[in-house]
Design a protein around this ligand. Structure first.
Ligand SMILES: C[S@@+](CC[C@H](N)C(=O)[O-])C[C@H]1O[C@@H](n2cnc3c(N)ncnc32)[C@H](O)[C@@H]1O
Length: 235
């Protein structure tokens, strides 16, 4: 059995989780970041407080804070029950146990909500949705996409994945996507199509192991980059 969701859940991660999932270096953080499908993650709030230029986009940013909080609360119990029912599917090292996981998700939500009103006014939270983004070519150094593309491969088809990845690669010099597994912990069938489309458009890609694993086996990130840019030193 595995976690089954009939919608994309508003479940957010912390800045430290983003740093690990995406192997972010100080230079990466200084490059100008887009968090696509940022949801109630606290990465943007934390990185902004640390002085970095970050913009997050998500269709849920059309909703007021109270609605985002209530959507989180609506799914929290069922998410935790499903995680508890599938103990072999998860790695409990970074998160000690399911309760610690929920506590960290709540912490991320609260940190995000503290920043939400000011962030909307400052346009660091913007309402937008893949596969079409309201930014010019090369607007960002790196576009991050966490727990949307590939994870929801059963909901979002190959055409969507290819269009979305190419759009991210248009607005940013580099793209990082995590994880590469779907909700059933299977390798996403769309990774190869995305890599082929990026290669056909003159870009390069590589898959990197990273220092974050919650879904068992889900510790790999896809990096899309310009061939003219230097290769990765991440391992
Ligand atoms: C599981 S949450 C992940 C949030 C955050 N990236 C993280 O990892 O903590 C997925 C997010 O993707 C957003 N989303 C759904 N469809 C989207 C689309 N077409 N473009 C951008 N974001 C989308 C959802 O609203 C939700 O907030």
């Amino acid at each position: 059995m595995s976690v089954e969701l009939d919608q994309i859940v508003p479940w957010g991660r912390t800045g430290d989780e983003y740093s690990r999932m995406f192997a972010l270096t100080p230079a990466d953080l200084a490059s100008g970041i887009l968090d696509c499908g940022g949801g109630p993650a606290s990465f943007t709030a934390e990185a902004t407080a640390a002085g970095h230029a970050v913009v997050a986009v998500d269709p849920i940013y059309a909703a007021p804070a109270a609605i985002i909080r209530s959507r989180f609360e609506e799914v929290a119990d069922s998410m935790l029950s499903q995680v508890r029912a599938t103990p072999a599917d998860w790695v409990w090292t970074y998160h000690r146990d399911p309760d610690a996981l929920l506590a960290r998700r709540r912490k991320a939500l609260e940190r995000f909500l503290e920043d939400y009103a000011a962030g909307l006014a400052a346009k660091r939270y913007q309402v937008a949705a893949l596969p079409s983004l309201p930014f010019g070519t090369g607007s960002f150094g790196i576009a991050l996409c966490s727990h949307l593309l590939f994870l929801y491969s059963d909901l979002l088809d190959e055409t969507f994945h290819v269009r979305a990845a190419l759009e991210l690669f248009r607005v940013a010099r580099e793209v990082r996507i995590f994880p590469l597994l779907n909700l059933r912990r299977q390798a996403s069938p769309h990774v190869d199509s995305v890599r082929a489309a990026v290669a056909a458009s003159g870009g390069s890609s590589e898959i990197l192991s990273v220092d974050y694993e919650l879904q068992r086996g889900g510790n790999r990130m896809l990096r899309l980059f310009r061939t003219s840019d230097s290769g990765s030193v991440i391992s």
